[in-house]
Structures are given as structure tokens and as C-alpha cells.
Design a protein around this ligand. Structure first.
Ligand code: NAP
Length: 291
């Protein structure tokens, strides 16, 4: 019997996108153009092509223009950095999304760092990561930011609770752990070298699975009443959590699809509109203190 309540990313994302669309419309009225998100893809990996198409469609629905740059799989790091550099200096572009992962021969970090931090609406640069880590204003990495918004929407309070994050990638596991830490959770990271992972998972009040392995976490691993966030998205719409067994132990759980995925796109769109408004805002004259 299922005891868990679903945390519907689809429902919560709808409200975030509606607000972003209203702000985008106000921006368009004031500036005579819509906010613009540039999407960059290297190669033709079918999953990445689908993700980018979905993000562009959602942008259009929210009144955000998109500009698409599709580069061949054999693109070099230098060529990709140059292409992103052009978008970074283009005044008509407000946000830049480089679809991850890029082909293995490319230095992904160098490519991410070519994004102007003011346009880093997917939150992938070191600047954005540092701002997040220090609790300073900046763009959140979209998926971790979306996860936090979903937890907030369902009244989950991380303070004092044990949060276990499986995965430590720079765009997902590591930043979501830091955002949970910033909310006073006690955070444990698990990864491929972790010894006795099931025992650690069994102590989690909040579990974030960001492993990239289908149905890696099973209900029997979980503590009764755990809050389970499945960030995984594997071929065939399968998450990193075995949903049926986990839903019998969890108090709250995200579905796949319809959980973290829509929240990621919603945060991306919200941050694109914020970037447009921030970049075009009149500069405040320096005060005596800041001059
Ligand atoms: P990634 O870069 O491949 O990182 C996977 C992480 O899982 C690594 O830290 C790795 O550990 C760890 N790991 C792998 N095998 C493990 C094992 N057997 N035991 C414990 N830890 C293990 O993946 P990612 O980009 O973070 O993505 C993770 C998942 O989230 C994927 O399914 C991806 O499709 C999904 N995703 C979803 C969204 C969305 O919007 N819904 C966005 C981004 C990603 P090491 O560090 O030790 O190698």
C-alpha cells in the first residue's frame, strides 16, 4: 500500500512559469523585445536534443525568445568557447544554456566558464557556484534550485534533519547538498566510493538521488517517513529510485516524470527573466559608501 504523498513538480512548476511569463510580458512591454535564452548543443545525442527542444518550447510558451546554436560533434573546446563568448557579449541575449553533457573530448569546465555570470541562468559557472556556497545573490544551478523550491512548496523543513545526497556532480549532487546545508540540514554525500551506502541511506530524513542509475534506491533501504527526491532521469522515463517500493516507506516522494524535471525548466525560465530584468535595469548611482 502506498503511504507517500506525491510532490508534483508539474503542479508547482506551473505556478513558477506563470509568474515568469507575467514578468516576461512586462519586460517585453518596457523594452520592445522579449527576454532571450540562447541554447547551445554540441552533437546530436537524442536525449540532449529532446531536452533542448523541450526547454525552447517551454520558453516560447512563457513569452521568452530562444536562439539556438547547434554545433557538430567534432567541435573543439576553442570553437565552443568562442561561440559561447559571442553569446556572452551579444546584448540581445539574456541567458545562456549549454546542454550538458558535451562530447568527451571537450573541456566542459572551460566551456561553462565562457558564460558571462550575468547570463548564467542554468547556474553552471564557478561564479554562480561560489555565490551559492557563500549565500550571496546569484543564479542557482537549475536542478538543485528546483529541488529546493519543490521541498519548500510541500512544507519540508531541512533544518536539523539528516539529508543524504547520492551523487556529487558539479551541476546536481554537490550544489543541492550545499543548498540543503545552507538551510541547516546535516548533509552526507554518497558517491561511487562510498562504503555501505544502504546503511547511510537508511538514516536519511531527506534523500536526494542523483546517481544516473535506474531504480538504484529501493524502498527497503529507506527510513520510514523519509522525504524522497528522485533527480534521476534514465532512458525510458525511469528515475534513480524504485518508485513502487519507495512510496511504501516515504512520507513524500517525487514521481518520474513529473517531479524534478519540470522544476528544472521552471527555474531556468524564471532565472532567464530575472537576467533580462537585471541586465537592463538602470544602474544605481554609486553612494558615498560604495564610491
Ligand atoms: P553524473 O555527473 O554522472 O554523476 C553521477 C554521480 O553518481 C557521481 O557523483 C557518481 O559518483 C555517483 N554514482 C555513480 N554510480 C554510483 C554508485 N554505484 N554508487 C554511488 N554513487 C554513484 O550525473 P548527473 O549529471 O549528476 O545526473 C544524475 C542523474 O540526474 C542522471 O539520471 C541525470 O539524467 C539526472 N538529471 C536530471 C535532471 C533533471 O532536470 N531532472 C537534470 C540533470 C541531471 P562519483 O563522483 O564517485 O563518480
Amino acid at each position: 500500500m502506498t503511504q507517500a504523498q506525491l510532490m508534483s513538480g508539474t503542479d508547482i512548476a506551473r505556478g513558477i512559469v506563470e509568474t515568469a511569463a507575467a514578468r516576461a510580458a512586462a519586460f517585453a512591454q518596457a523594452h520592445g523585445r522579449k527576454p532571450c535564452l540562447a541554447t547551445v548543443i554540441v552533437g546530436d545525442d537524442p536525449a540532449s536534443v529532446t531536452y533542448v527542444r523541450m526547454k525552447r518550447n517551454r520558453s516560447a510558451q512563457a513569452g521568452i525568445d530562444s536562439r539556438h546554436v547547434a554545433l557538430p560533434a567534432e567541435t573543439t573546446t576553442g570553437q565552443l568557447v568562442a561561440a559561447i563568448g559571442e553569446l556572452s557579449t551579444d546584448p540581445g541575449v539574456d541567458g545562456i544554456l549549454l546542454q550538458h553533457p558535451v562530447p568527451a573530448h571537450i573541456d566542459e569546465r572551460a566551456a561553462f566558464e565562457a558564460i558571462d555570470p550575468a547570463k548564467d541562468v542554468d547556474g553552471v559557472t564557478m561564479h554562480s557556484f561560489a555565490a551559492m556556497a557563500f549565500g550571496e545573490p546569484g543564479f542557482h544551478c537549475a536542478t538543485p534550485g528546483g529541488i529546493m523550491r519543490l521541498l519548500d512548496a510541500y512544507g519540508v523543513k531541512p533544518a536539523g534533519r539528516h539529508a543524504v545526497v547520492i551523487g556529487r556532480s558539479p551541476i546536481l549532487g554537490k550544489p543541492v547538498g550545499m543548498l540543503l546545508l545552507a538551510r541547516d540540514a546535516t548533509v552526507t554525500y554518497c558517491h561511487s566510493k562510498t562504503v555501505d551506502l544502504p546503511a547511510i541511506v537508511g538514516t536519511a530524513d531527506i534523500l536526494v538521488a542523483a546517481v544516473g542509475r535506474p531504480e538504484f534506491v529501493r524502498g527497503e533501504h529507506l527510513k520510514d517517513g523519509a522525504v524522497v527526491v528522485d533527480a534521476g532521469y534514465n532512458p525510458g522515463n525511469v528515475g534513480d529510485v524504485h518508485f513502487t517500493s519507495a512510496a511504501q516507506k516515504a512520507s513524500l516522494i517525487t514521481p518520474v516524470p513529473g517531479g524534478v524535471g519540470p522544476m528544472t525548466i521552471a527555474v531556468l525560465l524564471e532565472q532567464t527573466v530575472t537576467a533580462a530584468l537585471t541586465r537592463t535595469a538602470p544602474r544605481t548611482p554609486p553612494t558615498a559608501r560604495s564610491a
